[in-house]
Design a protein around this ligand. Sequence first.
Ligand SMILES: [Zn+2]
Length: 94
Amino acid sequence: MITERDNKLLTMNSITSYFPIEFSNGAVWEELDGECKSCKNTLPRTMVRGLVSRPFPNVAVVDAVGVCDECKLLTRYHLVPSDLTNRFKQRNLS
Ligand SMILES: [Zn+2]
């Protein structure tokens, strides 16, 4: 079921507009690949919409929804990565 919150997120910018996200230690999160919860395909980046907030310089909170064209299903993403993890691609800033 699609909630009011989902509808609101769907009217927002494509999540790519927030990327790359830089953390206080110089780590960079290059991009978010949203996966459909049903078919596991990666959704086109323009289909994943929502918000990224930065409560702290080393934390990014991603709150987004993506719609899969094939399944007509909505997948919710709530990610709170911090620069303490290394699950994201990093590059050195020069
Ligand atoms: Zn799908």
